[in-house]
Design a protein around this ligand. Sequence first.
Ligand code: PBG
Length: 324
Amino acid sequence: MYKRHRRLRANGAIRDMVRETRISREDFIYPVFVVEGEGIKSEIDGLEGNYHYSVDRLNEFVDSVHFAGIKGVLVFGIPETKDETGKSAWEGSGVVQRAVSKLKELDPELYVITDVCMCQYTDHGHCGILDGDVVDNDKTVEYLSRIALSHAKAGADMVAPSDMMDGRVLAIRETLDKYGYSGVGILSYSAKYASSFYGPFRSAAGSKPQFGDRKTYQMDIGSVREAMDEIAEDVAQGADMVMVKPALSYLDIISKARDRFDVPIVAYNVSGEYAMIKAAGKSGMIDEKRLAMEVLTSIKRAGADLIITYFALEASKWIEEGII
Ligand code: PBG
């Protein structure tokens, strides 16, 4: 026998030296949920360790992000009022717009990405404008462009449309360019599946659809080629980065996307994936830290360049502690 694989596993030093995949704090994008009101920092049910912040307390959020060494955040707004057309999503005085200005004022270097969607803002909870009981694609795209522009005006570095309408990347790109925001990027939620992993997020954001489901716009969970087609189209329309969402059950999609496309691939380690690990950890069945680090490493190993994760703050600490 001349080949002994175990030589390179003999101790921690050599294992560290030959490790093929490393996660680092630069890989993480940390989501934040901003609510109307004042003086609010309250832990989110089902997403423990993550908080609803009012704009006036975002300094505490920024401090935690600095402490962890995280460079990028993804902002979600939770408005006080909802209506049929999601007006509170694009008003200049809306919660996201104020949050973005505040974050940029607190730290101009923080990379601020905004989620562009309508489900938190519409009274019916769907991701667009309804025509009867279906979401009208082309009309919704006009509204999404308006929302994206309002985020750019507030100072966002990048906008991230998560609605899954067709043609929205091009429409948003054209709108941003037309109004002088050619420097604002687009991270497209390109391959976003109609998943059951979004439960805790929908409670946190108050964005459950009031009737039906999202299957006429989000992707079928069994599709692979369709995801590649979605990504190719978004890249062609001008997306700077593309996303696969959720992450853990979709590592095959991340891996294929990595092989085929040369733009950064972002994976969203979504709320249900986070909540499952937290719950299993709490029950003592698994070692939460190690499992979380294993999951994050697997997402990176599959080919993701960046990971949006509710573990970002803790995982940064665990990296420091040498948990992996
Ligand atoms: C909005 C949106 C959702 C998530 C991110 N943006 C929910 C949905 O599509 O219903 C889910 C994120 C998570 O579960 O962590 N469209």
